[in-house]
Design a binder for this molecule. Structure first.
Ligand code: ADP
Ligand code: MG
Length: 470
């Protein structure tokens, strides 16, 4: 953990000093949290908050819209509270309000204070604490696809019967692909099904800090002993122990102690053991003793499913084509996709505009290069024809009405309406002088099928990817 600035001094003196101080305090809080979250989230959710006052130990903030209030309340309160409490001992809670809530809030009775939290507990009592695992990260909220089904199955097996098989479970894969999510899911699952087990989740960063502290206290024996009490030890992002010889030695002994007692060890890393360097050979081989489970970049379908689930959980009402725009950027990881989703929802709510694909493309133009200007009706017809091998361009614009030709034609009309924003009558012209009501009918028919028929939905997503990628 990085060093945090010391607490600001005098605070609750007279109103004037207070007002300037709260700005200062807020600026320092955001300095601290800025390092903990991705820049696009910080800009969208945190920087836009305004501090109002500190009232009875509660730091009151105003969010620019109800949506951003909801997002902050759901995701960032503990982080803000942590930073605020370190900088100002009087702050015990953080309240975030939507713009129209301030008056009611200020007129309401002072909320009851939460009882002061206990200071740092010794590690031994820290297993399994209710807030060790993020309640949002469960097996249920984890979307399974080709890229992660192996990891999911392995994690589920370990969570169902810790210590019995796959020991250690070594999870690796690129950043933002769900490793931490899966570790918390295992933790949440065990806490519910086997509450007697002592489970510890620790980031290797904290692990390193505790180890360094034990060195200065000349207490490395104590350090090692602490971990022996565990039934399940999870170390997240272990790659950071490369280079740290003393720590590797401790982990080696801890590993042996737990392993010999058939206690479960779960490790995550952004690379497989063979690529962590330098890493002691004996530790590397132990990491490889159990099961190596990798997680890969998800395919388009999984990315869509994840985005849909996120939008649903966050109560964002987002059109399918907007989700497709975000999911279509296939070099972004899931964390980045979530960030983009939050960003477009935020802008739409800020500007009080419906969230269309165009608005989303505009907001995300620095991340996603849409090639809309290069797309033509011809290109769309070509892409669609490639999905209907028996149908030619002449069929599409002609009069034939076989089932296949009719469907391909409707697909073309659907995409042209959606992507090219041409007048319906002009589209009718393209298709051999068809009436604008026919065009509307075709468009609506496919829209409805996309909603109701998973097969059509997948076809449409594939064709859209083709249209945009060419
Ligand atoms: P990592 O630890 O691999 O860097 P995280 O576990 O922090 O990645 O995941 C980043 C974000 O993506 C989290 O919000 C997580 O919930 C989400 N996420 C990743 N994979 C999935 C999935 N398969 N289903 C649902 N959400 C996922
Ligand atoms: Mg992680």
């Amino acid at each position: 953990m990085q060093k945090r600035p010391k607490a600001a001094s005098s605070y609750t003196t007279g109103q004037k000093a207070f007002m300037t101080d709260i700005k200062q305090l807020w600026n320092r809080i955001i300095d601290v949290v800025q390092t903990d979250i991705p820049a696009y989230r910080f800009d969208v959710w945190i920087k836009t908050l305004e501090p109002v006052c500190i009232r009875e130990g509660r730091l009151v903030l105003i969010a620019p819209t109800a949506t951003s209030k909801a997002v902050v309340a759901q995701n960032y309160i503990p982080m803000l509270k942590g930073a605020a409490a370190e900088l100002h001992p009087a702050v015990q809670e953080v309240d975030v309000l939507a713009p129209d809530e301030l008056e009611t809030y200020m007129n309401a009775a002072v909320p009851e204070k939460e009882p002061a939290k206990e200071k740092e507990q010794p590690l031994k009592e820290r297993f399994n604490t209710p807030n060790m695992f993020d309640s949002r990260y469960t097996f249920d909220s984890f979307v399974v696809g080709k890229s992660n089904q192996f990891l999911y199955a392995a994690a589920k097996a370990v969570a169902d019967d810790p210590g019995a098989k796959h020991n250690p479970l070594f999870i690796y894969g690129g950043t933002g692909l769900g490793k931490t999510h899966i570790l918390h899911a295992i933790g949440n699952h065990i806490r519910v099904t086997r509450s007697e087990l002592k489970v510890l989740y620790i980031t290797s960063e904290n692990f390193i800090n505790e180890f360094t502290a034990s060195l200065t206290e000349k207490n490395t024996k104590e350090f090692r002993k602490r971990y022996r009490y565990l039934d399940v030890l999870m170390i997240d992002d272990i790659q950071f122990i490369a280079n740290k010889t003393g720590l590797q030695e401790e982990i080696f002994h801890t590993f042996n102690d737990l392993y010999n007692e058939h206690k479960q060890i779960i490790i995550s890393s952004d690379k497989p053991p063979k690529d962590i360097s330098p890493l002691e050979e004996r530790l590397r081989s132990r990491f490889e003793w159990g099961l190596l489970a990798d997680v890969q970049q998800p395919d388009l379908i999984t990315r869509m499913a994840i985005l849909q689930k996120k939008a649903y959980t966050k109560k964002f009402n987002v059109r399918e084509d907007v989700l497709e725009l975000i999911a279509g950027k296939d070099d972004s990881n899931i964390r980045e996709m979530e960030g983009m989703l939050e960003k477009v929802v935020f802008y739409a709510s800020l500007e009080q505009k419906p969230l269309s694909r165009e608005l989303a493309a505009e907001v995300l133009k620095d991340y996603i290069k849409e090639t809309t200007e290069k797309i033509t009706a011809d290109a769309i017809i070509d892409a669609v024809c490639r999905n209907y091998p028996n149908v030619t361009r002449a069929d599409i614009v002609g009069k034939k009405k076989t089932k296949e030709i009719a469907e391909a034609r409707q697909m073309c009309i659907y995409f042209i309406c959606e992507i090219l924003s041409m007048p319906l009558t002009a589209i009718g012209q393209l298709f051999g002088g068809r009436d604008h009501t026919t065009i509307m009918h075709s468009r609506d028919k496919i829209s409805a099928q996309v909603k109701n028929n998973p097969e059509i939905k997948k076809m449409v997503a594939d064709m859209r990817a083709m249209i945009y990628k060419k």
